[in-house]
Design a protein around this ligand. Structure first.
Ligand SMILES: Cc1cc2nc3c(=O)[nH]c(=O)nc-3n(C[C@H](O)[C@H](O)[C@H](O)COP(=O)(O)O)c2cc1C
Length: 209
């Protein structure tokens, strides 16, 4: 299984080679893996910012506890969750579903009402937590795609979301920076690449019932 080989190869890269950039072709494949990520109800309530701009990344590095990956990697990827989960996001999705499946939108009215009812029972905070969780699935798709493409990555929660939201103007767009990752190529000087993988043994994680 190629994925397992890739997952053994990958590691959270601490030092990137700042001279190496990810090709357009590989970036396209990574984006497609994110786009194909399954989400709750299929709503895909996230945006993904792929940041190259060096000046912007200098600012964001300060908001990321000065972690060097932010400026040295090929790209910084910011997964943003929707803060607003209203009837419109459900209606937009049903319109897309109807177009994609070449069906009448009225066929999905019952399904749409069901989802709207579900969200009406949740607070704004609960809805934000719900959408933020979905971004981690997208992050996982990115990490798996990168592992197969032999592109290095460092997923990161070590950043200040409020500062990201302010710097990137996310709040006014109804978005929140949930989790980030840097992608690119490891530096030969990154000692972490030689470290042994640390994972719990199978028996500590799985229970067959
Ligand atoms: C959600 C998440 C957040 C993380 N945040 C950081 C971070 O801010 N900085 C960092 O250097 N590594 C970060 N890591 C990397 C983990 O420490 C690393 O994945 C873990 O120790 C397992 O090691 P491996 O990925 O090299 O196999 C994060 C990983 C995940 C999945």
């Amino acid at each position: 299984m190629k994925l397992l080989e890739g997952l053994n190869w990958r590691y959270a890269t601490k030092k990137f080679d700042s001279d190496r950039k990810i090709s357009e072709g590989k970036l396209l494949q990574i984006k497609e893996a994110i786009r194909l990520t399954p989400t709750s109800y299929g709503l895909q309530l996230f945006k993904v910012l792929i940041i190259e701009d060096p000046d912007l990344r200098k600012k964001l590095r300060i908001a990321s506890y000065d972690q060097s990956q932010i400026t040295d990697a090929s790209h910084l990827v910011v997964f943003c969750n929707y803060l607003v989960v209203d009837d419109k996001v459900v209606d937009d999705y049903m319109a897309l579903k109807a177009r994609s499946e070449e069906k009448n939108i009225d066929d999905f009215k019952g399904y749409a009402d069901f989802i709207k009812q579900d969200f009406s029972n949740r607070t704004e905070e609960e809805k934000s937590i719900y959408t933020a969780k979905q971004t981690y699935l997208a992050l996982s798709s990115l990490l798996n795609a990168c592992a197969e493409l032999k592109v290095d990555a460092c997923p990161m929660e070590g950043f200040e979301p409020e500062k990201y939201n302010e710097t990137l103007g996310l709040s006014e767009r109804g978005l929140n920076a949930a989790v980030i990752t840097t992608i690119g190529y490891r530096s030969a000087e990154d000692r972490s690449q030689y470290a042994k993988k640390v994972r719990k043994p199978e028996g500590d994680i799985f229970e067959l019932i």
